[in-house]
Design a protein. Sequence first.
Length: 148
Amino acid sequence: MVIYGGWDDIKEEYLNDTWAFYFEQGEWKQIKTKKSYPPKRRHAVGVYDSARNWFIIQGGFGDEGYLNDVWAFDLTADAWMNITPGPQPRIDHDAIYDPKSQRLILYGGDAAIRSKFRDIWELEVQPEIPLDLLLKEAGGKIKKKADL
C-alpha cells in the first residue's frame, strides 16, 4: 500500500511525502523520491496500475487551493511523473483504475461550490512522452530486471 501527502495537525501544513506499507514486515517505510514530486496536498485519490507498477494520484487540496493534476509514482524507479491535467479541481472524490482500458475513472467530489459533483470522468493513462523521457525528467531511470 502506498500513500502520498496529507496534513500535519501540529505544524498545520500540507505534506508531500511518500510512504509504503510492507505487509510481510508489518511496517511503514518512507520512500525518498527523486527531484520531481507533486505539490503538497491532502484529500487526493490514489489508484494502482499493476501493468506499469505505478501509484497514480489525482486532485486534492494544497497550498495552491483545489488541484486537478494527475501524477504517477513509478514504484520501480522511485520517481514521480506529472502525466496529465485532470478534470475540474476537486476533493473527496472516488476513483478506480481499469487495467484493460488503461483508464482512471473518477466520480464526484467537492470544490466548495453550490453543490457536490456528480460527474464521471475517464482519463486515459497513456502519456504521449515515452516512459524513459518521463523518468529522466523526474530524476529516475528504468531499472533492468537484474537490478530489481
